[in-house]
Design a protein around this ligand. Structure first.
Ligand SMILES: NC(=O)c1ccc[n+]([C@@H]2O[C@H](COP(=O)([O-])OP(=O)(O)OC[C@H]3O[C@@H](n4cnc5c(N)ncnc54)[C@H](O)[C@@H]3O)[C@@H](O)[C@H]2O)c1
Length: 347
């Protein structure tokens, strides 16, 4: 088993091992002593993986009730959050009990926010079952729900007590979801780790599973380092947004419908690199992106994307932070005015 210790204001371990879901009861018992938990999951993950978790919890003397909500981003809402609070009350969950998020980033974000706020805060464990959640959203302590005004606008920082990544669970993911997570993995290679990028170049979407444990380990370790330096997202953590400013704009242009977050990030990384870096680097990135089933360009005209960039919540009103990697593994954060960014992107 690979173990990464994340030294944030509240330190915790990320455990990475194939088949660890079956042992999760035992692994959790080593960290949390309460014998009562609520598992929060979505309908798809519930039918695929929840029984294994509940069986393992029961084997270790932990009684678990399961709260299931419909899969998809629209469930990361005040309505579902309210239903979770009601369920916790109904099950008489106290401050010494805990929650388990079993699922992708949607489950992790809403469960984390419920854990941060119910009874002013109770423990929670992340068991991420999408690649995106394993390499990104389950580590770092950002939790949130969406409101009418926008995505992730209500949330808090709440570090989990433990994260368990079982790459066997990723085998049931549809290819589109795997590709979506691969966009974040490629991002980590580009911003911090040339060796990881080379590993990605030697594989593709059909065989990346062969090295998944070590890929997840490397990505989580990069995220650990960035988060330890900037737990509350005031500087260096911005580096994790490589490809995201344009990516969010492309998702927005498509009304968040037929375009996944990973597709947006992939195209965002490719456009920034094509505009600002060498043609060789741009070609290398595009080849890698394509081999994981992701697009490298968009039909959306740049002039229509730019207004979405300046409304990104990570920007102040008249400036944009963007990330550029002139060499693989070396990211720089640049701050420019909105009009300077337009010139760079449209030039
Ligand atoms: N907190 C953070 O730091 C952070 C970082 C990045 C993204 N996020 C958030 O994460 C969310 C996106 O996460 P996501 O991409 O995991 O989406 P998701 O949670 O919606 O999962 C994607 C789909 O995969 C299904 N699924 C999950 N695990 C599966 C499995 N093992 N087998 C088969 N199907 C499975 C889900 O039911 C869902 O339909 C967004 O809400 C985003 O805002 C948060």
């Amino acid at each position: 088993m690979k173990i990464i210790n994340v030294r944030t204001s509240r330190p915790y371990n990320v455990l990475i091992e194939r088949g660890s879901l079956k042992k999760s009861g035992e692994l959790i018992s080593q960290v949390i002593h309460s014998k009562k938990a609520v598992v929060i999951t979505d309908d798809k993950v519930n039918s695929l993986h929840a029984d294994i978790l509940v069986e393992s919890l029961e084997k270790n003397g932990i009684s678990a009730s399961v709260f299931v909500f419909p899969h998809g981003e629209q469930s990361k809402s005040l309505t579902v959050l309210g239903q979770i609070y009601d369920f916790l009350c109904e099950k008489r969950i106290t401050r010494s009990d805990f929650l388990i998020a079993l699922g992708g980033g949607v489950v992790g974000d809403i469960t984390g926010f419920a854990a941060a706020t119910y009874l002013r805060g109770i423990e929670f464990v992340q068991i991420p079952t999408t690649l995106l959640a394993q390499v990104d959203s389950s580590v770092g302590g950002k939790t949130a729900i969406d409101i009418a005004g926008g995505k992730n606008l209500v949330g808090s920082f709440k570090q989990p007590a433990l994260v368990i990544c079982d790459s066997d669970t990723l085998r049931t993911l549809p290819q589109e979801e795997l590709s979506c997570g691969m966009a974040e993995v490629i991002k980590y290679g580009m911003i911090r780790d040339e060796k990881l990028f080379e590993t990605l170049e030697k594989h593709d979407i059909s065989n990346i599973d062969d090295v998944m444990d070590s890929v997840v380990y490397t990505c989580v370790d990069i995220k650990r380092e960035v988060v330890e330096h900037d737990e509350f997202d005031t500087g260096e953590r911005m580096m994790l947004n490589f490809g995201h400013t344009l990516g969010h704009a492309i998702e927005g242009w498509h009304n968040y419908t037929d375009y996944t977050h990973g597709m947006g990030v992939a195209v965002g990384m490719c456009i920034i690199t094509e505009k600002l870096c060498s043609p060789e680097l741009s070609e290398r990135l595009k080849k890698c992106v394509k081999s994981y089933g992701l697009p490298t360009s968009t039909e959306a005209p740049m002039s229509e994307l730019l207004p979405y960039c300046s409304t990104d919540k990570k920007c102040d009103s008249d400036s944009i932070n963007y990330i550029v990697c002139e060499k693989i593994g070396q990211a720089q954060i640049k701050k420019v005015t909105v009009s300077e960014f337009s010139v760079l992107m449209e030039g």
